[in-house]
Design a protein. Sequence first.
Length: 158
Amino acid sequence: MTVDLALIIGMVVLYAAGIYQLLERSFTRMIFGFMLVGNATNLLIFITAGMPGLAPLRTEGAAPEDYTDPLPQAFILTAIVITFATTSFMLALLYRSWRLARVDTVADDHEDIALRTVDPEADDEVFEPDDSGDTEFGPEFEASLGDDDLDDEMVVRT
């Protein structure tokens, strides 16, 4: 099986440009990047489909290996539908964002900014032996788990 080098180069360029666009702060560029990645995925499925063969509708008595596999074609159609649906949803989000705030960029909220300034060493919990019986669910959860709650009918057979 030989693969056309131009298709592989085109797929790589589409993936690279799409991922570059997805990393931008503009929502419109993110949508374009998502569309490029979707088309690159369709091209990847097309490349991996193998050599073209006869249409499955021909009934001239050809050998089964002479026919084209219809599964990659079904995958591409499914990928097209998923990409279209997700793109239309993202366009609706962009329209709503533009109508409400007149902005196209994705801004950091206060939690994102706070996570950038957290010192990872200062956030570590120190284990204290006095708190070893405490759980986050409270004392009523600890009291409900006892040896009498275990099933007596469960027997280990050897």
